[in-house]
Each structure stands twice: as structure tokens, then as C-alpha cells.
Ligand binder design. Structure first.
Ligand code: HEC
Ligand code: HEC
Ligand code: HEC
Ligand code: HEC
Ligand code: HEC
Ligand code: HEC
Length: 421
């Protein structure tokens, strides 16, 4: 049996910039360590200083300052009720401690993601899985947009990252229409896709509805789940790197000169070359991107999407509403009827409470976009193809997180559209 006269040694240890907790009293001993029965105490200098050595902590701080978690934005929109859970330190601490989906209210004084957002000592038992003991959460993630709340287990460290790096749920509150009626806004009215769905069933894509997945969908692609999967098709969920964690690549070997690796969360691509003789990222992305454009073009030809080119020459595709805010079908010819064509967010900040005053309104106008309207509801298969386009397009790795599943989602969408003109 082993006895650690741990606290006694710890008492003599100076931790950097933080105060250690008081442990239980140690047992008196014979080995000069004040532990009765002999065995030498575990050296807290090694246990704690493995991480807390000031050079190590300082290095982490320098790396962290390269990351978007530090350099990103925390202004107004990100600290509101629907954004703070992922975009701020206080919001994340709140939802992980209360187990809620959104924070209780806007957090005007919220600060950016920092060490203590991700880290908290959950125990000092470092006998196994040392790093995971210092993470704020490692429990399976209740994905924001699922109705039946089944937690998805991405693996310990991934659960930390994916509590934020997932599809976002509701994003706004209420809209007031021209009659002064307050209506609620639904971000993902079509989700989750039922496993017994009918690809040919119809669905309105109304003004005010959104099926956007937001920027943080890395979790789902990495695991090869939650794309729109067509009836009768099979999908491959795993690939070469599926057994990795997010940190295998995003906290890989630090290169202080190139400012990559470690807590910068920027992938040190040179370190990939220990296995890959050729660079894998660019060719993988090029292949997926070509497929993404093929799907975008097909959806444009069908008037599910509208294509636009910016003055800088950047091509983008956006989904075209079939129905207005009140559920009236948009015609395909010019009309003098006024439709609920757009929602305007005119949110302001209360000078007294600092909280956001939601002032969203519905714009009534004639429809200038009739030439690019489809004139009928979508089929679920079309919604699925449009959703899959967004799933890949707003996932910043452009397929690298799971090239196999990414390619299948795009290709099977294309195949379905061609088979169902
Ligand atoms: C696996 C790495 C690791 C080990 C081992 C470790 N710590 Fe920490 N500890 C951290 C990190 C990371 C933080 C968060 C740093 C921050 O917020 O600035 C932290 C924070 C703390 C804090 C601040 C309070 C808190 O919970 O956030 C205390 C106190 C602390 N550690 C004590 C200890 C003691 C005592 C030991 C040895 C028994 C120890 N740590 C071992 C990584 C470690
Ligand atoms: C508290 C929520 C949260 C957690 C936890 C979190 N992230 Fe993030 N992450 C974000 C947000 C929000 C951004 C975007 C910041 C911005 O641009 O304002 C981001 C940005 C990033 C980026 C840069 C993306 C870009 O646009 O360049 C990477 C890479 C990243 N995170 C990886 C990770 C990894 C790996 C983990 C787990 C170790 C993790 N994140 C944990 C919320 C989180
Ligand atoms: C479920 C977590 C989550 C919620 C909720 C969320 N975001 Fe994000 N957001 C992220 C993550 C993670 C990233 C960074 C990863 C990426 O860009 O792929 C990000 C990136 C962004 C970006 C692009 C990077 C930047 O900072 O410019 C914007 C803009 C943004 N979010 C705005 C918002 C707004 C506004 C809300 C609230 C309406 C919101 N987000 C709610 C997780 C979330
Ligand atoms: C986005 C979340 C996130 C943020 C922010 C973050 N860490 Fe970490 N940190 C992690 C994760 C995840 C690990 C475990 C990595 C692993 O085991 O693969 C880790 C590991 C560590 C370790 C132990 C491993 C080692 O190499 O010593 C220390 C120490 C540490 N972090 C300190 C810090 C400090 C200091 C800060 C702020 C400057 C910070 N971390 C900010 C997620 C984060
Ligand atoms: C096999 C290695 C690998 C794994 C594992 C991995 N990523 Fe990535 N990730 C990449 C590469 C490569 C890119 C694209 C190139 C880049 O931006 O560095 C990327 C891009 C990203 C981006 C966008 C970064 C940006 O600046 O545009 C985010 C955010 C991200 N990953 C988060 C995650 C999360 C969260 C996980 C775990 C669920 C994860 N990654 C797992 C390799 C990986
Ligand atoms: C431990 C070895 C190892 C490391 C390290 C490694 N990979 Fe891989 N990777 C493989 C193997 C094996 C394959 C499958 C065979 C192949 O495609 O070469 C693969 C395949 C890939 C593919 C798929 C290529 C395709 O088009 O099918 C990508 C993308 C990739 N790796 C990215 C990365 C990135 C990014 C890193 C660095 C963060 C990395 N890998 C580090 C072993 C590794």
C-alpha cells in the first residue's frame, strides 16, 4: 500500500500566481517526510510543476494569445443571451454549471475566452488522464438543435471543444410585425431531420426561418454525423484520423518562430509531415471545394439558391425563400402585393441596464426578386441538399475534418437532385 504525504510537501511549494487548496492532514512518518509508515511522499514539485512551472504557464499564455479565442471579437452581439454561451468566458461558465442551453440574460460585461474558461481543477487525482482532470467539462454534449436531448459523446477533450464548436441553436428573440404582433423567430425549424422523413415531402422556406448551421460545425463533420442523409443511402462515418482528438492536430508541436501549434490552436502543418510525405491539406480541400461548387451550381439552376459575385470577384450562393414571413407563396412574376420580405434587427443597448432591447421588425415591400423565385415549396430532398451545402461551406476546414463523409454528403445530394428533377 502506498501513502502519499502529499499536503506536507505541498505546503512548501510556491505556486505561480495562484493559491493551492488545503488538503487533509498527513500522517506522521519515519522517513523525514513526516509520514508514519515510511513510503516517501509523492513530490508535489513534480506533480504540480509539471504544469505550473512558470516557464510552462508563460509559454501557454504566449501561445494562447495567437489564438482566435484571444484575438476574436467579444463585442455586443457576442455577449447577448443567445451568443454568450460560446463566445464569452462568463457565458460558458454559466451554461456548464447550470446545464442550460443559453445563459439567463445578456452579459454586458462579458470577457473573452481565457485559461479559466477551458480549465478548472475537477480533482487533484493525477494518477490517470492528467490533462482531462484540469478541464472545465469533459461530459458528452447535448447538441443545441436536437429536440430529443440525447447527449453525443465526442470523447473527453473533444467534448470540451464541441460544447462550443457545434451547430448553434436559437439566435434571436422576437420580431414585431407591421401590425404590432410579436412573433418568435425560429432558427432551425426543420431540425432535427426525422429518420423516417420523406425526401419528397414538401416544406416551405419562409422569410424569418433559417437552416444555417453557423460557423462552428467542426464537431459534427469530424464525427461524420448530422448531415442530411438521403433515404436508402449509407454513409461512412470514420476515416484515417477519426481516433484523434481535436488537440492532436490543433495543439500539436509548438513552433514559436512560425507561431503555430500548442495553445495557438493553429495546426503546425510541418508536424504532419512526420507521416505524410506530401502535403495532404490543400489537395483534400481542393477536391471538396470543387464538389461544393458543383452542388451550388445545381441548386442555383433549380432556384433553390441564388448566385452572386462580389465586386472583388468572390462568388457566393444564398438560399431563396419560397414564402414570405406570413407563409404566402412568392409569385414568379411582378406583383404590387406587399409581402413580409425581410426582417430588420434594430437592437439597441439600454443605457441604464446595459442589456439589449430587442427591436426587430418585419419589412413590408413588393417583391423585387420574383425572377429568381421557384414558385413552389421545396422538397425535403432540396432542403437537405441546401443544408448539406451550408454544412460543408461554413465548416472552416473545407472537408479536412472528415473528407470521406464530406464527399458523400455532397455527392449524394447531387445524385438525388439529378434523379429528382
Ligand atoms: C495537467 C496540468 C496541471 C497539473 C498537473 C496541475 N495543475 Fe493546477 N491548473 C492547471 C491549469 C491549466 C490551471 C488554470 C490556469 C489559469 O486559469 O490561469 C490550473 C489552476 C490551478 C489553480 C487555480 C484555481 C483553479 O482551480 O482554477 C490552483 C489553486 C491549482 N491549479 C493548483 C494545483 C495544484 C496544487 C496542483 C498539484 C497538486 C496542480 N494544480 C496541478 C493545470 C494543472
Ligand atoms: C467557450 C467556447 C469554446 C470552447 C470551449 C472552444 N472554442 Fe474554439 N472557438 C470558439 C469561438 C467563439 C471561436 C471564434 C472566436 C472569434 O473569432 O471571435 C473559436 C475559434 C477557434 C479556432 C479558430 C477558428 C478561426 O476562425 O480561425 C480554432 C482552431 C478553435 N476555436 C479550436 C478549438 C479547440 C481545438 C478547442 C478545444 C481544445 C476549442 N476551440 C474550444 C469557442 C470555443
Ligand atoms: C453553440 C456555440 C455558438 C453559439 C451559440 C454562437 N456561436 Fe458564433 N461561433 C461559434 C464558434 C465555435 C465559432 C468559431 C468557429 C468557426 O468560425 O468555425 C463562431 C464564430 C462566429 C463568427 C465568425 C468569427 C468572428 O468572430 O467574426 C461570428 C460572426 C459569430 N460566431 C457570431 C455569433 C453570434 C452573433 C451569435 C449569437 C446570435 C453566435 N455567434 C452564437 C460558436 C457559437
Ligand atoms: C480552448 C480551451 C483552452 C484554453 C483557452 C486554454 N487551454 Fe490549456 N489546455 C486545454 C486542453 C484541451 C489541454 C489538454 C491538451 C491535451 O491533453 O491534449 C490543455 C492543457 C494545458 C496544460 C497542460 C499541458 C502542458 O503542456 O503543460 C497547461 C499547463 C495549460 N493547458 C495551461 C493553460 C493556460 C495557462 C491557459 C491560458 C493562457 C490555457 N491553458 C488556456 C485547453 C485550453
Ligand atoms: C487530422 C487533424 C485535425 C483534427 C483531428 C481536427 N482538426 Fe480542425 N483543422 C485541421 C486542419 C488541417 C484545418 C484547416 C487548416 C487550418 O485552418 O489550419 C482545420 C481547421 C479547423 C478550424 C478552422 C480554423 C481556421 O482558422 O479557419 C476549426 C475551428 C477547427 N479546425 C476545429 C477543430 C475541432 C473543434 C476539432 C475536433 C472536433 C478539430 N478541429 C479536429 C486539422 C484537424
Ligand atoms: C501518425 C501518422 C500521421 C500523422 C502525424 C498525420 N497523419 Fe494524416 N494520415 C495518416 C494516414 C496513414 C492517412 C491515410 C493514408 C493517406 O492518405 O496517406 C492519412 C490521411 C490524411 C488525410 C486524407 C487525405 C485524403 O485525401 O484522403 C488528411 C487530410 C490528413 N491525413 C491530414 C493530416 C494533418 C492535417 C495532419 C497534421 C495535423 C496529419 N494528417 C498528421 C497518418 C498521419
Amino acid at each position: 500500500m502506498k501513502h502519499f504525504s502529499f499536503t506536507i510537501i505541498l505546503a512548501g511549494l510556491v505556486l505561480v500566481a495562484c493559491e493551492g487548496p488545503m488538503g487533509p492532514a498527513g500522517v506522521a512518518g519515519t522517513n523525514g517526510n513526516n509520514g508514519t509508515d515510511g513510503a516517501a511522499g509523492k513530490d508535489a514539485n513534480n506533480v504540480c510543476l509539471g504544469c505550473h512551472a512558470s516557464t510552462n504557464m508563460a509559454a501557454k499564455d504566449v501561445e494562447y494569445r495567437q489564438s482566435k479565442h484571444f484575438t476574436g471579437v467579444t463585442s455586443l452581439s457576442r455577449n447577448t443571451k443567445y451568443c454568450a454561451r460560446c463566445h464569452t468566458n462568463e457565458g460558458f461558465k454559466e451554461i456548464t454549471s447550470t446545464g442550460t442551453f443559453v445563459v439567463n440574460n445578456d452579459i454586458p460585461s462579458a470577457t473573452r475566452i481565457t485559461c479559466g474558461t477551458c480549465h478548472a481543477h475537477r480533482s487533484f487525482d493525477f494518477s490517470a488522464d492528467t490533462n482531462a482532470q484540469t478541464l472545465r467539462t469533459t461530459t458528452p454534449v447535448l447538441l443545441n438543435y436536437t429536440i430529443n436531448l440525447v447527449a453525443t459523446d465526442f470523447g473527453k477533450i473533444n467534448n470540451l471543444c464541441n460544447t462550443c464548436h457545434q451547430i448553434r441553436g436559437v439566435t434571436s428573440e422576437k420580431y414585431t410585425d407591421s401590425l404590432g404582433v410579436v412573433r418568435s423567430f425560429s432558427q432551425l425549424p426543420f431540425f432535427p431531420f426525422s429518420p423516417t422523413k420523406n425526401d419528397l415531402a414538401t416544406v416551405n422556406y419562409q422569410v424569418g426561418q433559417s437552416f444555417s448551421v453557423h460557423d462552428g460545425n467542426q464537431s459534427n463533420l469530424f464525427k461524420g454525423i448530422n448531415g442530411y442523409e438521403y433515404t436508402g443511402q449509407t454513409y461512412t462515418r470514420t476515416w484515417q484520423h477519426s481516433a484523434n482528438t481535436c488537440t492532436t492536430c490543433h495543439m500539436n508541436k509548438v513552433d514559436p518562430v512560425r507561431k503555430v501549434g500548442g495553445h495557438s490552436l493553429i495546426v503546425n502543418t510541418l508536424a504532419c509531415e512526420q507521416c505524410h510525405d506530401t502535403e495532404k491539406i490543400a489537395p483534400t480541400q481542393a477536391k471538396i471545394d470543387a464538389k461544393r461548387i458543383e452542388l451550388g451550381e445545381l441548386l442555383t439552376a433549380r432556384k433553390v439558391f441564388r448566385k452572386s459575385t462580389s465586386t472583388a470577384g468572390v462568388v457566393s450562393y444564398s438560399a431563396v425563400n419560397t414564402h414570405d414571413f406570413y407563409g404566402r407563396l412568392f409569385p414568379t412574376t411582378a406583383s404590387t402585393t406587399l409581402f413580409g420580405t425581410a426582417l430588420v434587427a434594430a437592437n439597441t443597448v439600454s443605457p441604464t441596464s446595459g442589456l439589449v432591447v430587442y427591436g426587430n421588425t418585419v419589412t413590408m415591400a413588393t417583391d423585387a426578386s420574383y425572377a429568381t423565385r421557384m414558385g413552389r415549396p421545396w422538397k425535403y430532398g432540396e432542403l437537405g441538399a441546401a443544408y448539406n451545402y451550408g454544412y460543408i461551406n461554413s465548416e472552416l476546414s473545407m472537408g479536412v475534418h472528415n473528407p470521406v463523409y464530406a464527399m458523400q454528403l455532397l455527392q449524394k445530394s447531387i445524385d438525388w437532385l439529378k434523379a429528382n428533377p
